[in-house]
Unconditional design. Sequence first.
Length: 247
Amino acid sequence: MAGHSKWANIKNKKEKTDAQKGKIFTKIGREIAVAVKEGGGSDPSTNSRLKDVIAKAKASNMPNDNISRSIKKAAGEGDSVNYENVSYEGYGPSGVAIIVDVLTDNRNRTASEIRYIFDRNEGSLGATGCVAWMFDRKGLIVVENSDTIDEDELMMSAIEAGAEDISEEDEAYEIYTSPAKYSDVLSALEEAEYIFASADIEMIPQNTVQLNEEQAEKVMNLIDMMEDNDDVQNIYHNAELPEGFQA
């Protein structure tokens, strides 16, 4: 699934503008706020949910100062916004299955906006569960390859900590875990001082839809429009993009 791999998506987005990076940091800041409020406080050593979000933030190159400010803001009395986790499911162009995770303080507004984006891009918003059965919930940690990485040591560290599978891409290793073992594997690899290109619990497609250039462009237009929405945190899909496709 080279055209669907997490590493392929990361490479596609490496040249983000400062404005786009700022939007990503804002969204992660919202995740940090929820983790502090719902996960048990502002100390990552006792709040595993916050610890996982911090790892995601660092993998996205979010500065430590930004992370600290987000934690302090969430822990303060002044931040009274309550966000709700909601997932939307539907189909994009060419029958591509799409799951959209949001954090919203206004479910009606967000549902209307998500429906509009689907409709605008030859897609359709479906009922809860209409495509989720096509995906498996897995922890996914991506380690960018380098000359300093010993593949056997990486695999041993990951497997001993509870990883289920390791896939080697052209320039990265994709490490899959069960959701229950994700934090254990993440901590073990952090202690071994591996640098993450990405780290999160994701929805991994069981099968993919192979797209040509024209179809891929339509699907990516929908995904880009979703990513521009402030409430959207994560987007999962089962599209397999053509080799070398540039969004």
